[in-house]
Design a protein around this ligand. Structure first.
Ligand SMILES: Cc1cc2nc3c(=O)[nH]c(=O)nc-3n(C[C@H](O)[C@H](O)[C@H](O)COP(=O)(O)O)c2cc1C
Length: 411
């Protein structure tokens, strides 16, 4: 017979072993070199050349809840990117506006990566009126026609959303104009303002209120919850979504959290609200709003996402960190979906300050770099027959042009 003390020690030991196993399972204790992180290495080690390099950069783009709503078709003459509507956030993004912003971010990275190929690139948004899911085509020109490699290329592999506490130190005056100084259509506007300014305080108050509203909306939390990958097995298998590792908790708290049973959607809402109120908003140095005439216009949504991605890459290159805080536009969309007037409409209009409507919101600041998020690698997101028709058309046009040139020379 074993003593009570031994029994307690044994059960305590068993509990500790189980907790440790859970923490390992969440990828928090031992990093086995997850296959879901290999895509970062693929880009940083230049493992893909030519048109495939465009896809390698695109898969590292930001997307809502890391849904990675894309599929690519690669040909000799360029790359096509397609929307995958099934990779959606449901009532968190009822119109697919954020999904398109993620696709815009991927298209932006493809455009930057085209400068690695030495070939000129022409990006056409929504090139096929008959197929709205075909969100962009990047046409590559001949060898030697391209621009020099873009200086932001290294930032693509270092850009990570940071959800932890930041220092709150002010952003240097020299960084401010640089963050928004890039080519984009005139009606995609960006305002960066200090967190302590009246506009910053209003943004913080309305973002906290919008977070509370989402946390209290069971449908939104359930749809959000579907993209949380709790086990290491799911992270390695699905290679998408959010995980404890990128949630911004300290390693110690993460370890403690990993020992508990998987959180429910309600737990997640509570944690997210507390993190927003106690960490995200108070430690931000500045906020930024990307505004546009109509955030639900598909082309505009793509351009808003591209602008967010460019801003984040510039911030990364300058040693700053960023985190989207899109609770306000998400709640505006939720009211629209339910056919209700939004209690946030007045604040949203005031914050946009006459520069259109809010398409994207984020915080900016200073902190040590954040860890990388899960990704599906190039091999899992390529292959779509739609590209074939295009390649055949282009090849046919090239042959025709050559035949005409030959005929003209022979006459
Ligand atoms: C349209 C859009 C909306 C987003 N909204 C939020 C947000 O409100 N809060 C947040 O922490 N991250 C947000 N993100 C960031 C994604 O969750 C993040 O890009 C994704 O998890 C992948 O991580 P990574 O960008 O660090 O690689 C958003 C991204 C996009 C493209």
């Amino acid at each position: 017979m074993i003593s009570r003390r031994t029994a307690l020690a044994l059960t305590g030991g068993a509990a500790l072993t189980a907790a440790l196993a859970r923490a390992i399972d969440q990828g928090l204790v031992v990093d086995f070199g997850s296959p879901a992180l290999a895509a970062w290495d693929d880009w940083n080690q230049h493992r893909h050349q030519g048109p495939l390099a465009l896809v390698a950069a695109a898969v590292l783009a930001s997307s809502p809840h890391n849904t990675q709503p894309w599929r690519f078709a690669v040909g000799r003459l360029g790359v096509d990117i397609f929307e995958v509507p099934g990779r959606n956030l449901g009532s968190m993004d009822p119109f697919g506006r954020e999904r398109l912003a993620g696709l815009g971010a991927a298209i932006h990275n493809m455009a930057l990566a085209s400068t690695l190929t030495g070939r000129a690139a022409l990006v056409r948004l929504l090139p096929d009126a008959g197929n709205p899911q075909h969100v962009a085509r990047v046409e590559l020109g001949g060898e030697g026609t391209g621009a020099a490699p873009h200086p932001l290329l290294p930032a693509i592999g270092r850009r990570h959303v940071h959800r932890g506490p930041w220092t709150g130190a002010a952003i240097a005056a020299a960084d401010l104009p640089a963050l928004t100084d890039f080519p984009r259509p005139a009606d995609i506007r960006i305002a960066v303002f200090p967190a302590a300014a009246p506009r910053g305080q209003r943004f913080a108050a309305v973002t906290a209120a919008a977070t509370a509203a989402i946390a209290g909306d069971a449908a939104m939390m359930a749809d959000s919850h579907r993209w949380f990958r709790h086990s290491r097995r799911d992270q390695d298998r699905l290679m998408d979504g959010l995980s404890l590792r990128t949630s911004g908790v300290s390693p110690l708290l993460g370890f403690a959290g990993a020992m508990l049973p998987d959180p429910s959607p309600e737990d997640e809402g509570r944690y997210w609200l507390a993190a927003t109120r106690d960490t995200h908003l108070p430690s931000a140095s500045a906020y930024a709003l990307i505004t546009c005439p109509d955030p639900h216009d598909r082309r505009t949504a793509l351009l808003v996402g591209a602008a967010w991605q460019r801003l984040h890459l510039i911030a990364t290159a300058r040693g700053l960190v960023a985190q989207p805080l899109n609770q306000l536009p998400e709640m505006l969309d939720r009211a629209r979906q339910l056919g209700q007037a939004s209690p946030f409409a007045t604040d949203a209009e005031a914050l946009a300050a006459g520069a259109g409507r809010i398409g994207f919101a984020l915080r900016l600041g200073h902190a040590d770099p954040a860890p990388p998020a899960l990704r599906r690698p190039v091999s899992l997101v390529i292959g779509a027959p739609a590209r074939l028709g295009y390649d055949i058309d282009r090849a046919r046009a090239e042959t025709l042009a050559q035949e005409r040139a030959l005929a003209a020379r022979n006459n």
